[in-house]
Design a protein around this ligand. Structure first.
Ligand code: PAF
Length: 283
């Protein structure tokens, strides 16, 4: 079966209403420019659900500058092919006026999980994310939502919003997918030059180093974070924004690092903001 593309929410609603009431509908929200990370989410959704829906919507509310919004790659026909290859049932690429018929009167305030890190460095970003995701959840009516853990903080923020506004929906965090060189797949990687990509590899290297040090017995969070900062101080071309260890499944800063806590890194390379993280695991 070919993937069906809807650009009209009315058409989508008719399709959604035609499904059996007990059907499990899996949903992968995206802004397009699809890559292996997204394909992994679609495949997991396919395994766990009766029907899979992918949304493609470049959400102006979550960008910090008009320039970034304009620059964001828009590749709808290619993306639809990717979804077709992953046997996705429906792609929905709605218009803003369809999603927000009364305009966006008030943004949804994100939980405390949004306060630090990306939330601090990108004011308003998470309010934009929670507002669009809430609107998508209301229109798509999914049973399960598959989100990539590369955006760890986003997963926490969406999970908190859904627990209050859409408690019937299960949020399924999915592991980060990495390219052959270790760089986490991201729509932004395409903006890196060859040299920039080489520099960006210091991010997964630093994450692995922290995991190694932790496995070797270093459990003091300040010491682990200091080691990662030193690694970045020794290299050119990577502007570290933060390195931080947070407690399992939360955005609370840890003091003693435990298994399943998450190491977060954000860095700017060639003007591109890159984020990545790794969960501390015993090897
Ligand atoms: O992760 C993304 O692509 C976006 O933040 C999302 C969840 C689709 C909301 O616009």
């Amino acid at each position: 079966m070919m993937t069906t593309l809807f650009t009209d929410l009315g058409q989508y609603k008719r399709w959604r209403d035609s499904l059996d009431g007990s059907a499990i509908v899996g949903f992968v929200p995206t802004m397009g420019a699809l890559h292996e990370g997204h394909i992994n989410l679609m495949q997991r959704a396919k395994r766990e659900c009766d029907a899979v829906v992918v949304s493609i919507y470049v959400n102006d509310l979550q960008f910090n500058s008009q320039q970034d919004f304009d620059k964001y790659p828009r590749t709808l026909s290619l993306d639809t092919e990717v979804c077709n290859g992953a046997k996705v049932d429906v792609v929905i690429a709605p218009n803003k006026s369809d999603l927000f018929p009364h305009n966006v009167e008030k943004l949804i305030e994100p939980s405390a999980s949004a306060l630090d890190y990306e939330g601090r460095d990108r004011p308003g970003h998470f309010a934009g994310v929670t507002t669009i995701v809430d609107a998508l959840f209301s229109s798509i009516r999914p049973s399960k939502v598959f989100l990539g853990l590369k955006d760890y903080q986003q997963v926490c923020v969406i999970r908190d919003m859904a627990a209050i506004k859409h408690p019937e929906i299960s949020i399924i965090p999915c592991n980060t997918v990495r390219d052959h060189d270790g760089l986490a797949f991201s729509s932004r990687n395409r903006f890196l030059t060859k040299n920039g990509r080489e520099n960006a590899l210091h991010i997964p290297r630093a994450l692995n180093q922290v995991n190694q040090l932790w496995n070797d017995g270093m459990h003091d969070v300040s010491e682990l974070e200091r080691n990662a900062v030193q690694l970045f101080n020794a290299v050119d071309g990577v502007d570290l924004q933060y390195v931080s260890i947070v407690e399992q499944d939360s955005m609370r800063h840890a003091t003693v690092a435990r298994e399943h806590d998450t190491v977060l890194i954000a860095a700017i390379v060639e003007g591109i903001r890159l984020i990545d993280n790794v969960q501390l695991l015993s090897v």
